[in-house]
Design a protein. Structure first.
Length: 334
């Protein structure tokens, strides 16, 4: 019906404008075209100016790979898995289930940063489309254990409503290690292999969980490799993912403690973020100097990176806070 109305509209416009001069006719035709674009539910113009959901997959893999390689330091394993996961999901016109990734590692290793890079590239850096990126903070959104039944209902309604509005919705859950046990299982029906649930298709949705839980296990393995004179690049990712799954399932300080999401294999990828070494913190400091508009100062870069490399106390190989406080340290040192 919309196409028929459009056809009639553009057929009639020339018949209504024969008495107008060429300039007026061009203006009228141009205005008509713009008006039609704004009235169309999924037009490129409306999606550029207003908020709308674009069902087309717009992720540019060369761009996101460049962003991850240039901006994220010391996380070759995470970058490799994230790119593979996104590629596999995007290749399918109608994925059988949502893409579910769980990021694990110490604070400051890049978990939130990588999720923000995914969000920016998924929606073409268009600020209005960030309406379809949903952030959940455990501390902010789920603060009271006594309200867990209410939270479960709210969370289900929020996901159902937003996926109904935009199938390619992105949900990011931060501070999973502080989430009340059992709460995250309330979204289990949406993460499984279903064609539709009550008329809503969830296969194009993406879920990312951010966890500090499992960070100690990742660091332990990385440290063992270093002490054995092995490269961190040689850490077997499949073994690490399996250990992470077992670790957070048994860990009471994890939102996935005895979670059905793990029992039913609904988390597609457990992604390890390795602890950052001195050389990686140097890269963070160098980048922060650039971002803040300061020239590179090698002495300052070395000073800040050395002060932040503090674990274990004997070897001082890793930064226990990753790059978390680099920005403030740079600001105070300039």
């Amino acid at each position: 019906m919309k196409l028929l109305n459009a056809a009639v509209f553009f057929i009639l416009v020339p018949t209504l404008t024969p008495a107008l001069d060429p300039l007026s006719t061009s203006v009228l035709m141009g205005s008509a075209a713009v008006a039609w674009q704004l009235l169309s539910s999924q037009s490129w113009l409306k999606c550029s100016l207003l908020e709308c959901c674009n069902m087309k997959d717009t992720l540019n893999f060369s761009v996101i790979k460049t962003d991850l390689d240039r901006k994220v330091f010391g996380q070759h394993l995470a970058i490799q898995i994230v790119l593979r996961a996104l590629s596999t999901n995007m290749r399918s016109k109608r994925p059988r289930k949502p893409l579910v990734m769980s990021f694990h590692g110490w604070t400051g290793t890049g978990k939130s940063f990588v999720s923000s890079i995914i969000a920016e590239n998924l929606y073409r850096l268009s600020i209005p489309r960030r309406k379809f990126v949903h952030h959940f903070s455990t501390v902010l959104h789920f603060p009271h254990l006594s309200h867990i039944h209410l939270y479960k209902e709210q969370l289900q309604n929020w996901i159902r409503g937003n996926v109904s509005a935009c199938p390619r919705s992105l949900f990011i859950f931060a501070e999973m290690d502080q989430m009340p046990h059992g709460l995250i299982d309330s979204i289990m029906p949406f993460l499984g292999y279903h064609e539709e649930i009550d008329g809503v298709y969830y296969g194009k949705a993406i879920f990312i969980f951010l966890n500090n839980a499992g960070g100690d296990k990742i660091t332990e393995i990385a440290l063992d490799y270093w002490r054995s004179l092995k490269r961190r690049e040689d850490i077997p990712v499949k073994k690490l993912q399996s250990l992470l799954s077992e670790e957070i399932f048994r860990n009471r300080n994890s939102g996935f403690f005895h979670s059905q999401l793990i029992q039913k294999n609904l988390i597609d990828y457990f992604i390890p973020f390795l602890p950052l070494e001195y050389k990686h913190v140097r890269q963070c400091v160098r980048e922060e100097l650039r971002v803040q508009g300061h020239p590179e100062d090698e002495d300052l870069i070395a000073e800040i990176a050395l002060a932040m490399t503090d674990y274990p106390s004997e070897e001082r190989l890793y930064s226990s806070k990753g790059c978390k406080t680099v920005a403030s340290r740079v600001a105070l040192s300039i």
